[in-house]
Design a protein around this ligand. Structure first.
Ligand SMILES: [Zn+2]
Length: 179
């Protein structure tokens, strides 16, 4: 930490205390060369979580944006905004606890939809219609029929598949030997 007056690197801490908001530590330092005093602040740096969009662009995970989408989908439904906050908290905690810096937007969308589906079917269909960009009523009907066929609590058939290919499947030669 260079002294702002004489640029010498050595200083000693003469006082240290938390800032008023508790988000920073304020340190009063004294330069060992010129003996002038200056202040430094130490803050915890929030680790950004990047969302990789379909087109490959990245943007920071934005709670407010996700909340906006959920509020729209929940219009006139019996869902308290506190429930949506909890939903977003859970998702954000789950993503951050992975200790990765990037998540695909598609993955977040699928997690949100699974959670929303358990909360309210109408909100789920609305969110899905925006998120999956339904092009026509047939796609919406397919989603609704799928909800009716698989009531909340059951696993929707189009949930992200966790199944991994076995090693021997992957190494199978792509040859058509014509039986
Ligand atoms: Zn100095």
């Amino acid at each position: 930490m260079k002294c702002p007056y004489c640029s010498q690197p050595e200083s000693k801490v003469v006082d240290s205390r938390d800032s008023e908001t508790g988000e920073a530590i304020r340190r009063r330092r004294e330069c060992l060369s010129c003996h002038k005093r200056f202040t430094t602040y130490e803050r915890v740096e929030a680790v950004p979580l990047w969302v990789v969009k379909k087109d490959g662009r990245r943007e920071e995970f934005n709670r407010r944006k996700l909340m906006g989408g959920l509020v729209n989908a929940s219009t006139k439904r019996d869902i308290a905004s506190a429930q949506l906050e909890v939903l977003i908290d859970d998702i954000e905690n789950a993503l951050r606890s992975r200790n990765v810096t990037e998540v695909r937007s598609r993955e977040i969308g699928e997690i949100v939809m699974q959670r929303l589906r358990a909360l309210d079917e109408i909100a789920y269909v609305r969110f899905a219609s925006v998120y999956r960009s339904f092009q026509d009523v047939a796609q919406m009907r397919a989603t609704i029929e799928e909800v009716l066929a698989n009531p909340p609590g059951t696993r929707p058939p189009d949930a992200p598949r966790r199944r991994r290919k076995r090693a021997d499947e992957r190494s199978e030669p792509a040859l058509d030997i014509g039986k």
